[in-house]
Design a protein around this ligand. Structure first.
Ligand SMILES: Cc1cc2nc3c(=O)[nH]c(=O)nc-3n(C[C@H](O)[C@H](O)[C@H](O)COP(=O)(O)OP(=O)(O)OC[C@H]3O[C@@H](n4cnc5c(N)ncnc54)[C@H](O)[C@@H]3O)c2cc1C
Length: 431
């Protein structure tokens, strides 16, 4: 039998979204991760340990959807199927105040511990350090859940932790962005019996992540020696939606306006995120997000929108309401879709997918199943795909940070799509 290709094929084709599934299923523990110049988190394979079984590629949703995802791809993949939608918050003040939006994700997980539905939850914390970095955590108690609250807008190989889960850790709940949830379902199709170990999956609305270099950019003028905590958004710093908050171990802290995070988004967006259609995390049992664009939401203290997609999800929400761990009221899903600007997402995705194909880049096998619409002008989209694909061609991290700082100094460049082609070309020349 010919040896099969391994996960490096996904990385070479710019299709890796760092979900960690390849490493989580590898039978010989041959796959680890490294941070690139631009701050992508990519798998690396120990060729001596690799037995070329091909399982890492079989579960990789960066490249393809297996049967379950293919068969359940809804008519409108940008919105997905929905039973019911809600808006509200956790009733426990500690969970609510420390939460990113309304703390609903953590409240539901905490309740699942109490009712013995789960033994562990796979979540993502932020490690204090210099530099600080997100890390996968296996939470075994509500306290550990609270320590992992808030969004880490970064690539995190969440599913790599599956390989260290033991029999007694099951059933496990998984919280993940859409690429992580896609690969979870791919694993269900390829690893026999594994789906029974997963009690439920909570999906986060996700437009995209930023590479790890975004943390370094936002913290550039902070502590050079001291370890520090980093929060992309902290409600304790300026109220909802929360400013950027850095806290050093000696107690010194700095708050930066949320606007700075928004300004740099395009400069640190991985190319793979550009061709992801699934902002609304349509395959999860429930999807949770911010109440963006919803007028009557509590935009002072924060709330979560909750979209129920499956029977499992419905039971979770009904129980959460009955046991009074969350206070939710029903809301029209159309309102959420409008607030998340899904029509704009649809348009952008179509243009990015078109550019990707025209470039001759390899496409994920389900791309043509996601509806294509007429594309009018792809010039600007071409620029930003080109830019994202070149991110790892800076010679050093400092060169990249300097480039972004210079670009942002010119007000007109704050929208990457308006960045002059000349400047992007220079990027390639620098490399
Ligand atoms: C990368 C990313 C992009 C997002 N984009 C949007 C968006 O465009 N629009 C929108 O409305 N909402 C978005 N969200 C979701 C939003 O920021 C909140 O996470 C969500 O509203 C839940 O808030 P909460 O207070 O209920 O959760 P909390 O109680 O604060 O719990 C958050 C949970 O998310 C987990 N988590 C954090 N970061 C990650 C990660 N990188 N991967 C996997 N799990 C993680 C934590 O471990 C924790 O369990 C995004 C989240 C992430 C991580």
């Amino acid at each position: 039998m010919n040896p099969k290709a391994n996960i490096i094929e996904t990385v070479i084709n710019h299709l890796c979204h760092s979900c960690g599934a390849c490493s989580g299923v590898c039978p010989t523990d041959a796959i680890g991760f490294y941070e690139t110049i631009a701050g992508h988190i990519f798998p690396e394979v120990n060729e001596e340990q690799c037995i070329h079984c091909g399982l890492c590629l079989d579960v990789c949703s960066g490249q393809h959807f297996n049967n379950t995802l293919m068969h359940n791809l809804p008519e409108d993949p940008f919105t997905g199927n929905v039973n019911n939608a809600w808006i509200g918050k956790a009733t426990d003040p500690a969970i609510f105040e420390n939460g990113q939006s309304g703390g609903v994700v953590t409240a539901i997980l905490a309740r699942a511990f109490q009712s013995e539905k789960i033994n562990t939850a796979l979540v993502v914390g932020m490690d204090e350090g210099n530099p600080p970095r997100p890390s996968v955590r296996i939470a075994r108690s509500p306290i550990q859940l609270i320590k992992s609250q808030k969004s880490k807008y970064a690539p995190v190989p969440l599913l790599s932790a599956l390989r260290i889960l033991k029999y007694e850790d099951f059933p496990v709940a998984i919280v993940g962005v859409s690429c992580q949830i896609h690969s979870l379902y791919n694993i269900f199709d390829k690893v026999s019996g594994f789906s029974q170990n997963v009690a439920f999956a909570i999906g986060l609305v996700c437009d995209r992540v930023m590479t790890m270099a975004a943390i370094d950019y936002l913290a550039e003028d902070f502590s050079k020696e001291m370890p520090y905590q980093f929060h992309y958004r902290d409600k304790k710093a300026g109220g909802y939606p929360g400013n950027i908050h850095l806290i050093a171990t000696d107690g010194k802290s700095k708050i930066k306006p949320a606007k700075q995070r928004m300004l740099i988004k395009d400069y640190f967006t991985p190319a793979r995120c550009r061709i992801c259609f699934d902002k609304m995390n349509i395959f999860s049992d429930i999807t949770v997000g911010d109440p963006n664009g919803i007028n009557d939401a509590d935009n002072t203290n924060g709330e979560s929108v909750v979209i129920c997609r499956t029977d499992k999800g419905r039971h979770l929400i009904e129980e959460a309401i009955k046991s009074n761990i969350v206070k939710l009221k029903q809301i029209d899903y159309e309102k959420i879709i409008a607030g998340q600007k899904i029509n704009r997402k649809r348009m952008d995705w179509n243009a990015y997918a078109e550019v990707w194909k025209k470039n001759g880049n390899k496409i994920p096998d389900y791309l043509d199943r996601v509806k294509h619409e007429t594309i009018f002008d792809i010039k600007n989209y071409k620029k930003s795909i080109y830019y994202s694909l070149k991110l790892d061609e800076f010679q050093t991290r400092s060169d990249l940070l300097l480039f972004v700082r210079k670009a942002l100094k010119k007000k007109r460049n704050r929208d990457l799509l308006k960045l002059p082609v000349k400047m992007i070309r220079k990027l390639a020349k620098n490399a």
